[in-house]
Structure formats: C-alpha cells, structure tokens
Write a protein that binds this ligand. Sequence first.
Ligand code: C2E
Ligand code: CA
Ligand code: CA
Length: 573
Amino acid sequence: MRPETISEAQAARQLQRTTVLTAIFSVAFVSWAMALNGYGGPYEQGHVAIFVAITVIACIFCLTHLPAAAFLVMGIVMSVFLFCCVASGNPVFLAIAVNTTFVTAVMVRVLSNNYRAFVQLVASQAEASRLSDENARLAHTDGLTGLPNRRYFFQRLDELIQDSTANNTRFALAIFDLDRFKPINDTYGHNVGDRVLAETGRRLAAFASADVSVTRLGGDEFGVLVRSPGPPDEIVAFCDGICSALQKPVLIGDIRVVTGCSGGLAKFPRAGREANELFDRADYALYHSKEHRRGVSTLFSQEHEDAIRAERAVEAALSTADLVAEMEMHYQPILDTATGEIALVEGLARWTSPTLGRVPPNRFIAAAERCGMIHTMTLLLLRKAPADCARLPPAMGLSFNLSAHDLASPETMVAILAAVRTCGLNPRRLTMELTETALMRDFDQAKASINALHALGVKIALDDFGTGYSSLGYVHRLPLDKIKIDRSFMTDIDTDRGCSLVSTILDLCQNLGLDGIAEGVETVDQFEAAHRHGCRYIQGYIVGKPMPIADLLQTYCSASPTKQWPLMLAMAG
Ligand code: C2E
Ligand code: CA
Ligand code: CA
C-alpha cells in the first residue's frame, strides 16, 4: 500500500486488521507445526523446531513497527512451542527451547528500542512539518500590519492567473498607495508612521473576504486581489471605498494624522495575462491617480495603453538619439519689477527628434528619468546653458532645472558640482530649480546636495511651489533662496481664493526672506495682481516666451531692446 493514498483513519484500521490476522495466523501456524511434530523421526522433528523458531524471529523482525502484532506472534507461538519442547522431555528439545527463549528475549529488547526510535522519528517529523508550516505562514505575513505580504501577493496572483486562464474567468489587481506618508514619517517619527500603517492595515483587512485578498506590498503600498470583480463601475466603486476608508484621519495620542490614499487597478485579462504586466499596469493607473486624481482609484484603460505606447516610442527614440546634436536650450526671461530689468533667464530644454519631431520637455524628461538617461542629459544641458549664457550681460543670471533623480543620486551630484565649477559662469549667477518631489524622495540626500550647491554660491529655487504636498514642512529646513509660485495659481489669481493663495505664499516668502517668482503670467491683469501682492519677479508669456539665446540677446540685450518694460510697469501701477 502507498501511504500517501490512505488517510490516517484508514491506516489505523489496516494496522488493527493486521494485528487480528497475526493472532489468527499464529494460532494456525503453531497448531500446524505441532501437528506435524507427530510425524517422522528426530531429523524431521528437528526441522520443525528450526522452522518454528526462525519463522517467529522473522515475523518479529518484520513487525518491528507494529509491536502489538509482534508480541502476539511471540506470545502465541513461543508459549505453545516451549510448552511442547519441555513436555517432550528430550534434552535436545529442552536445549532448543532455552536457546530460542534467549534469542527471542534479545529480539524483544531490540524491537522495543527500534520502536521507540521509530515513534520519536515520527514525532520529530510532525514537529518539523509544523515548524515549516509556521515558517511559511511567517514568510507570508507582514510583521507590522499582520496582513499577508508581498510574497503572498505574487503567489496568489500566480494562482489566480492559472485559475482564471483555465476557467476563463476574470479578476482584478489593485494597488493602493498613501499620499503624504513620507512627511508624516519625517515629521512625527517612525513610531507614529508605523502606527499609521498598522491602522491602515486594520482598515484594509475589513475588506478581505473569500474573493478579496488584501496584502501589504511594502512601505505605504498595499495590494488587493479581487476574484470575479463584476463590471468596471462596481470594482472602481469598491476600490474608491477602500481609498476613502484609508484616508480617514488616524488618531495617535494627541496627534491627528491625515494621509491621502490613491489606487490603481488593472483587470485580467484585459490589461494583461502575466503577473508583471498586470502589476505594472495597475501601477501605471496608480501613478495616473496620483498625478491627476488623488484620493480615488483609476482603472487601467485603452487610453493608458496608448499613452504607454507613446512613452515607449519616446524612450526608444531617446536611446538612439544623438543628444548633443538634437538638443538645445531655450531661455525665458524673468523680470525684476523693482528695476525693470531682466534679472535672469530660465533655461528650458528642447529636443527635436529626427523620428518624432519636437517632443515636449515634460515627456522627454520623464522618459529620460525612466530609462536612466537623465544623468547624461542634465550634464549635457549644464554644458550648453552656461556656454550660451556667457553671452548675456554679467548682471543676468541663469536658472537651471534639475530633475528629482539628479538630486537623489550622489554620483550625479558630484558630476553636477564639478560641472558648475568648470562651466565658466560665476556660480553666483546660477540658480538651480528643484521641485518638491525631489525633496520628498529622499530628504536627507536632497538636503546634502542642496548644501553642497549652496556652498559653491549657487542659489536654490523651489519650483512649481504649491503643487506638491507638505511644502511648508520643508521650506524652513533648507537653505532656499527663491520660491517659484506655480503657474496654476496665476490662472485664478482674479478669484478671491486664488488671490489669497498667492498673497499667502508671497507673505511666506517675505517672512522667510525668500524671493517670490510668479510663473506663467500671461495677462496684464495677472501681472498687475501679482505685482500688487508684492511679487517682485515675474515670469510668463507677458514678459517673454522661451526662445533661443540669439533671439533673447536680440530682444532684451541689444542696444535698442524691442521690449519696453517701463511702459508695462507703468500700466501695472
Ligand atoms: P517648469 O520648470 O515649470 O517650466 C516652466 C514651463 O512653463 C515651461 O514649459 C514654459 O514654457 C512654460 N511657461 C512659461 N511661461 C508660461 C506662460 O505664461 N503660460 C504658460 N501656459 N506656460 C508658460 P516647458 O518648456 O514645456 O517645460 C515644461 C517642464 O519641463 C518644465 O516645467 C520643467 O519641469 C521641465 N523641463 C524643461 N526643461 C528642463 C531641463 O532642462 N531639465 C529638467 N530637469 N527639466 C526641464
Ligand atoms: Ca523650472
Ligand atoms: Ca515651474
């Protein structure tokens, strides 16, 4: 019998049956042997004696793991055999009886020892398998939240893919990520951060069911797998429900912590048939939520598929591009309203690909960041821009954009610092524009990079201010010089709310001794409003669009400049 094919109860029944059969066979065997003893001469009787003794020993040996049966054989057969030997009165048979008794006694001892060792072996195997189950459970559990972990998530995902492929069913994969979690960790410490995560885990666990597996993927990221998810509206509503549950305030002692939560969602098989593909697409949808619709979840759609294809095309073109030849810098003037002069220009990268034509900087910068080329690109631009700007009047500065990736990489920063030192432009004329994203990614690394730049005399501007999160928390902890108010604020500066936002930011700049620069100023009304609120520096189409250096020199720096700022300032009052 193969042990793996029978249950424990069946095995126990089989063993019992063996014991009963042993008793019956023993009686039959010894009766037969004793009956044979009545025939033949001493040789034949001697043979019967050997036959009985050897058979009993062999049976005991074979029944080592079933001692009850072994002892039955021994008890039944040996008692009758010994009785007959003694009863015969023959000294040879007596000697055989004594001999066999000694041998069987030793056999009993050996059998007991072996059986004890066997029982111990079985027990230790059971313990080992319990421990390995426990290990497997721990290996699949996240210590902080008690939820299943990333490993479990991907194992379950593989199972679902197999199941759904075999049965032609659907399932959904969702990823949730807390917004503003990092600043909470930075501000209140890891202890509070951990408790926020634990509470998030508890809330998420409430959504688990036979069809819904919830897991912590790591950090502030959670994964959910939903079997038979229903129509798109339903599953998106379900995920939105998770987002709202996770962004309810968390109370930790006196601290009331509010995090946001965004989700991304991909459905099998529409968004992909492989684990990585599905995960990447849910992640893409999550990124989309974070960029455009925080606080809710986004379902990966055909539109996203097209966007990914377009991004891949940019990445492909970029990887074969001759960047030195294809890239150039345009410069946008920034006006100092106090002097009526152009105080500095912002360098903005332009790329004309032979295959794709003009690609907007937002797209190629993001693509370069994704495929690890931003380092090369930043350094290339950091050679071009100062070379161009050497032609500007000495009072005019250059503002240069750094990517979040540049700031986070110590090697890139070393190269950037070296480029600044050798670029030929006085570092004091240079401003580096950084976004909050760059600071949030790794605050300590960003701070070290900023300090190193500052030490060279380079000024630091916080770009797109107001579009990120936790801005204020960072502003006073870094040696910043300027804040660039994002252009989204300019569009509604004529509303009460927009107006008070801009004036609040400008007050903040004044209190911290920073220069405020209004970006994206397009109309005279916006110009006036910004100026009225005390904004000294103005950048936007009303001052000038980004243009090649030659045009900039021609328009703003020639003997007879074509723009007349005093006129504009007079208009602004
Ligand atoms: P940004 O740093 O916020 O740059 C300002 C963007 O606003 C520029 O877009 C500029 O053309 C545009 N702009 C300026 N004035 C106005 C206005 O009055 N109205 C409107 N609607 N837009 C205005 P651009 O050149 O397309 O650059 C987009 C983004 O690409 C930049 O945003 C920056 O984040 C990134 N970028 C551009 N060049 C570089 C670069 O050399 N390095 C890095 N790392 N990023 C760059
Ligand atoms: Ca900028
Ligand atoms: Ca900006």
